[in-house]
Design a protein around this ligand. Structure first.
Ligand SMILES: Cc1cc2nc3c(=O)[nH]c(=O)nc-3n(C[C@H](O)[C@H](O)[C@H](O)COP(=O)(O)OP(=O)(O)OC[C@H]3O[C@@H](n4cnc5c(N)ncnc54)[C@H](O)[C@@H]3O)c2cc1C
Length: 384
């Protein structure tokens, strides 16, 4: 392994891979990505691939719109079909408070020319007759939203990054970050060192452990989310949007010949990746409540993954004033997959040009927690 580099990226998930690819595109010099296990083995391989424009803050909407541009021309640009399916996202409100949030969101989203519809319960019942609607007060639907394949997108970034000369090394855990005089000078792996003036923390749910190595406290917690997939089952020929029962924090969509049902999101931080019966029972209960016709199906499999939750459910992006050369791309709070194209682009701009130009990322700086300038995302009850 080379002993020096211009940039070291810690973490080979979709975020690290996108940053690596964009650094390659921008000719950032010798870029080395270090992954402790296999590329994508963290949250990326456990993600369900949701992509939406229906956010409630301008910064999240801007990241979605910028990323959509890449998803739309992914195959052309990166040589891999991302399996992007625009099935739409349907959000359902069952309280007047939620409906108020949806109405404000629609106003904001339309400012960005997003074709989101505000629907009343009878319209929802007419369009999606299999849904229980007696308790629904309204909903929103956007046909631009959908999902793509996490492993396809990851392999697109990895392949294209390697073709641009980026080195990606698996099975190499970073165990220390060397800092001298307030500046990053490199990383320690087991048995080796790489000297580099820029180190990017793209460690997913492990970012706070990686941050501690540089003496930087990163307020990101790993929270387990379980998801389940039914056995093959068919009840309609119409396209089913990714449908979110907002109050229950539950969603479902089609997955091959069956349906993907979300399970609960833990409230306590942990690295637990077990799947449990209680979570499956909860997922099934929510499914039967909202889509009674699913009564005839059974669960075929399930898995768990970790969200990387920041205190205000927004990403933490950018440099750290106390440690020059240490760059953060963390805390995506369940949106890291869909925002990965834009994140890679802005972080590469920051490293190469000293400033992100495609989007203004200053509101996502880690400094906001010290200044009390937290962002508000009322859609946090829902996580893909
Ligand atoms: C069940 C579930 C469903 C999800 N659904 C969606 C969705 O629909 N849409 C969406 O946008 N997002 C979704 N997400 C969130 C999304 O998966 C993450 O935001 C995204 O994958 C984060 O990517 P990452 O590269 O930051 O993290 P990861 O994929 O976790 O990658 C981090 C990598 O860093 C490596 N690493 C950590 N420490 C070290 C070290 N010291 N040295 C070397 N390597 C290290 C890890 O091994 C890991 O591979 C979901 C998440 C889960 C769990």
């Amino acid at each position: 392994m080379d002993r020096t580099a211009d940039v070291v990226i810690i973490g080979g998930g979709v975020i690290g891979a996108s940053i690596a690819y964009h650094l390659g595109l921008q000719k950032a010099g010798r870029v080395v990505l270090l992954e402790k296990g296999q590329m994508g083995e963290g949250s990326t391989s456990r993600c369900v691939g949701g992509i939406r424009t229906q956010f409630s803050t301008e910064i999240n909407i801007q990241f979605s719109l910028e990323s959509l541009r890449t998803f739309e021309r992914f195959q052309e640009e990166l040589g891999v079909d991302p399996e992007f399916r625009r099935i739409g996202y349907l959000f359902l409100a069952t309280t007047s408070m939620e409906l108020g949030v949806f109405e404000r969101n629609v106003e904001l989203q339309r400012k960005y020319h997003i074709p989101v519809e505000l629907l009343d319960p009878s319209e929802i019942g007419k369009r999606w007759p299999y849904l229980r609607t007696d308790d629904i007060l309204g909903g929103t639907f956007c046909p631009w939203d959908g999902y793509a394949g996490p492993s396809e997108v990851l392999s697109g970034f990895v392949g294209a990054g390697k073709r641009l000369g980026v080195k990606m090394v698996e099975g190499t855990e970073v165990i220390g970050i060397m800092v001298e005089g307030g500046k990053v000078v490199g990383v320690k792996t087991r048995g080796d060192e790489i000297l580099a003036p820029v180190v990017v923390n793209a460690g997913g749910p492990c970012v706070s452990i990686v941050g501690d190595m540089a003496g930087v406290t990163i307020p990101v917690k790993p929270l387990r989310r379980q998801v389940f997939v039914t056995a093959p089952f068919h009840f309609t020929d119409q396209t089913i949007p990714l449908t979110i029962d907002f109050h229950r924090g539950w969603y479902f969509r089609q997955e091959l010949d069956g349906y993907l049902l979300s399970g609960p999101l833990d409230q306590e931080a942990s690295f637990n990746l077990n799947v449990d019966y209680e979570a499956m029972a909860e997922a099934v209960e929510s499914a039967l409540y909202r889509v009674p016709v699913l009564e005839g199906t059974r669960i075929a499999r399930g898995w768990a993954g970790l969200y990387e939750i920041s205190p205000d459910h927004h990403a933490i992006l950018g440099t750290v004033p106390e440690v020059k050369g240490f760059v953060l791309a963390n805390g995506f709070s369940g949106h890291g997959f869909q925002h990965s194209p834009a994140v890679g682009k802005v972080i590469a701009e920051l490293i190469v040009d000293g400033k992100a130009t495609t989007l203004d990322i200053s509101s996502l700086s880690i400094e906001r927690f010290k200044k009390g300038a937290l962002l508000l995302e009322p859609m946090t009850a829902f996580k893909e």
